[in-house]
Design a binder for this molecule. Structure first.
Ligand code: SF4
Length: 310
């Protein structure tokens, strides 16, 4: 439970992340719900609509959920390995299956409130779309395939051969200051190799290559600053676990500079819509709704569009 002293200091500070920028581009109103409208929705004394926004914010579409589950299991395997415990593929698969089943069960519970950090509800269940047994089976198969590919990969072999002292410790959520704005990011794995740092990102879906470049440039920007190294000493790799494919991306100073420009521009655009930049005050009506393209897969339909009720 958060102490009242802490709660008094707990403010919605402006920050930036790649996913925040993507949501802003998709639909400014969705961005408002995600980063402003939900604030304080965890408090019993808050208005019902705010609580509703907080609840809807936590829904996960099935594709995102299965990706995060695979990430979680791979992180678990690596964490154990780091401390000398070798996890077998069958153990990891059983671990995954347990989480898979319990989240499916939890998503059906009507009393779901979104308040517990382990709470889970599918977007598809909230909006009556449902997930058929066939889809569920395919999701489980895909998750198992991702794990299998990880276990059998040269990447995992290389990681295991690298002394753990050369693994670069990374928190789940990293952040750094960029020209006065806190930037958040999350790097799946990193290790030293000779005089280089190699950054890995696990993928499980069909993300576009152009987005990878942006994401990896952001990682490189963080690592270059944190370790005080030049861009040429950073290598970035995407391992798509679903199709067992590794892509390497070169980093150079030019890319880092373009990334700085991109973040700068994106921060400016977001701040332009604020009523008060110092207090990070945002008013719902100032954030336009998109023209419908993103609505069919949007968590906030129930509080945004007519006809969805509550
Ligand atoms: S329902 Fe549509 S307009 Fe409303 S926030 Fe979502 S994407 Fe934007």
């Amino acid at each position: 439970m958060l102490s009242s002293v802490f709660m008094d200091d707990f403010r919605n500070e402006f920050s930036w992340s790649k996913s925040r920028a993507s949501v802003f581009k998709e639909c400014p109103r969705k961005y408002w719900f995600n980063h402003y409208g939900f604030w304080n929705g965890w408090l019993a004394s808050e208005e019902d609509r705010v609580k509703r926004i907080y609840y809807l914010k936590k829904l996960l579409v099935k594709e995102l959920w299965i990706g995060s589950l695979v990430h979680e299991v791979v992180a678990f395997i690596l964490r154990k390995f780091r401390f000398g415990e070798v996890i077998s593929l069958s153990y990891a698969t059983a671990f995954l299956k347990k989480r898979f089943d319990s989240d499916f069960e939890m998503s059906k519970v009507k009393e779901y409130t979104g308040f517990s950090s382990r709470a889970h509800k599918f977007f598809e269940d909230e909006y009556g779309i449902g997930i058929s047994d066939d889809e569920k089976g395919k999701m489980l198969e895909k998750a198992k395939r991702c794990l299998r590919n990880f276990f059998n990969s040269d990447v995992f072999m290389e990681i295991r051969r690298t002394p753990v002292e050369d693994w670069v410790t990374l928190e789940d959520f990293l952040s750094f200051d960029f020209e006065g704005t806190r930037i958040f990011l999350s790097i799946d794995f990193a290790m030293k190799k000779g005089d280089k740092i190699i950054l890995y990102d696990w993928k499980t879906g069909d993300e576009r290559l152009a987005d990878f470049d942006l994401q990896l440039s952001l990682y490189a920007l963080y690592v270059a600053g944190k370790f005080g190294i030049s861009a040429e000493r950073i290598e970035t790799r995407i391992f798509n676990l679903a199709i067992d494919k590794v892509d390497s991306f070169e980093v150079d100073e030019g890319k880092l500079e373009r990334m700085r420009g991109y973040v700068r521009g994106s921060v400016l655009e977001m701040k332009k819509l604020l009523r008060d930049v110092t207090d990070n005050e945002a008013v719902e009506g100032d954030f336009e709704k998109c023209e419908g393209f993103w609505c069919s897969r949007c968590n906030f339909r129930k509080v945004c569009l007519e006809g969805w009720g509550s």
